[in-house]
Design a protein around this ligand. Structure first.
Ligand SMILES: NC(=O)c1ccc[n+]([C@@H]2O[C@H](COP(=O)([O-])OP(=O)(O)OC[C@H]3O[C@@H](n4cnc5c(N)ncnc54)[C@H](OP(=O)(O)O)[C@@H]3O)[C@@H](O)[C@H]2O)c1
Length: 282
């Protein structure tokens, strides 16, 4: 049987790392997209057995830089002619407002724009798979997100919670729109639960409300290995092999609920993101 190839972002820590380890255990070749060479080397040391066939590859890229994302995609396409599974897992919460080198609010670019560009750039590769699957790791806080495309290159009146939840709303809307536009592939999004990771525990510098939420939620938080179960389910289960454009929690399909998540807004978001992407390519 042909070895399945998975590209995953954010596998140097937390949920992504647990997901990547589990996928390797299930026989996938996993290509890790990471920004930190030391962490990716440690990850490979942890997983590879010297003298055996390599199960993990990596390409360095900081997702807050479009140039680095483009270079990473070129490298991937040179090394591989097919992709079976794409997991857009990397995510951040920014305690303070910061524009990227491309002029966008950082949370927007890392959590939404980078997955949009990566996914659209790899559709041909995914189409060469027998059954290409795309998994976008969003969050239930998407429900607090606001649809305001005018804000993506602005950092005035910044709120970490609004920026994060809006980026996750956009990722959810993108998944639904993509599923309607692309045939022969599946694209689903998921919420991993409240998970004990760097993101949820290292809250120095965040506003008081954010620290309080973390403090109250942590006793109920699950381990990254438990959170990875839904990603693994979407990656491997036959029961979802034809399901697309849906949102999952605890490996169950859940109806989404945001007044902003309309066909018109999804179309606007798609066009706006595509225009950003096209402007970069010219
Ligand atoms: N933890 C939760 O309770 C929770 C709840 C709902 C949704 N989520 C979502 O689950 C996903 C994984 O989160 P986590 O909790 O596992 O977080 P985490 O432990 O902080 O891991 C985040 C991963 O993303 C990578 N990353 C962050 N910014 C990056 C950038 N600019 N370029 C490249 N890689 C970058 C990190 O790389 P480094 O190792 O270099 O930092 C790390 O590998 C995220 O999308 C998050 O929004 C988490």
């Amino acid at each position: 049987m042909t070895e399945k190839i998975c590209l995953i972002t954010g596998a140097t820590d937390g949920i992504g790392k647990a997901t990547a380890l589990a996928l390797v255990a299930r026989g996938f070749k996993v290509v890790v997209i990471a920004r930190n060479m030391e962490k990716v080397s440690a990850f490979i040391r942890e997983i590879e057995v010297p003298g055996t066939t390599k199960k993990v590859d990596y390409i360095l890229a900081d997702l807050s830089s479009m140039d680095q994302v483009i270079a990473m995609l070129d490298t991937f396409r040179q090394r591989y002619d097919r992709l079976d599974l794409l997991i857009n897992n990397a995510g951040i919460v920014m305690p303070f407002a910061k524009l990227t080198e491309d002029g966008f609010e950082t949370t927007f670019q890392v959590n939404y724009l980078a997955p949009f560009i990566i996914t659209n750039s790899l559709l041909e590769h995914l189409g060469r798979s027998e059954a290409g699957r795309i998994i976008n790791v969003t969050s239930s806080v998407y429900a607090l997100g606001k649809f305001d495309l005018g804000k993506i290159d602005s950092i005035t009146n910044y709120s970490a919670i609004t920026a994060y939840s809006t980026s996750k709303l956009y990722l959810l809307m993108f998944t639904e729109e993509l599923a309607g536009r692309v045939k022969g592939l599946t694209a689903n999004s998921m919420h991993p639960g409240i998970v004990r990771t760097k993101m949820s525990t290292q809250v120095q510098g965040f506003p008081f409300l954010f620290k309080m939420i973390s403090f109250v939620a942590m006793p109920f938080a699950i381990a990254p290995e438990q959170a990875a179960v839904t990603s693994l389910f979407l990656a491997t289960s036959e029961t979802v092999s034809k399901v697309t454009g849906k949102y999952f929690v605890n490996s169950k399909m859940v109806k989404t609920n945001s007044k902003f998540d309309t066909p018109v807004n999804r179309g606007k978001l798609w066009d706006h993101s595509m225009n950003i992407w096209k402007a970069k390519q010219h």
